[in-house]
Design a protein around this ligand. Sequence first.
Ligand code: FE
Length: 227
Amino acid sequence: MKFLLVFALLFTLTACGGGETPLPPTSIPGLQPASATSPASTPPPAGTPETPVPVGDDFFSRMGIELPAPTCNGTQTLSQTEGPYYTANTPKRNSLLEPGMTGQSLIVAGFVLDQNCQPIPNAWLDFWQADADGIYDNQGYILRGHQFADGQGRFYLETVVPGQYPGRTEHIHVKVQPPGGSVLTSQLYFPSSANQSDGIFDASLLMQIEDRGGFLLAFFNFVVNGN
Ligand code: FE
């Protein structure tokens, strides 16, 4: 009898964990309870392993960028000449910035939309431009890169303001292609730039610029044929 009482006492103490509150099991697969030695091991809060976070989500919120709600007037983005300096097979990247690069920092951001003003997820965008001195890298891929719009049809590009080169106002070249659609080739312009009477400039391709202190934020929405 005494043996049974001792056994019952030991069983009760073990079940109660000796008075300590046990850690509840985590509900997020792969996430371990936080410990003092691994404070930085917590994964991002958004999404789950089964639902990938759309490209750009972290960037937009981190930079405090809220895209204006798209408005469309039924016209598609004007097509313009590719010019002589396009290079195919660019690296996939949202940032064209590299160590030692000079010039005014610039973020270009916006939506890729169809003719009904609906966002087009996963549209391909390919950007290329001159550097701050107006010079293109025609041997490599400096200031060249492609990306895909995120699940909400948003894109962003980190770069520098391009310089003028003879005969041209400042501009950024771009190609945009909806999944399964045709390629739009065009150029983007700066409201403050000089020499806008270069024969190619078009006011419908002006970006809307905000000075954010350390960088310029430029909005532009592409409207393409989503069919
Ligand atoms: Fe050019």
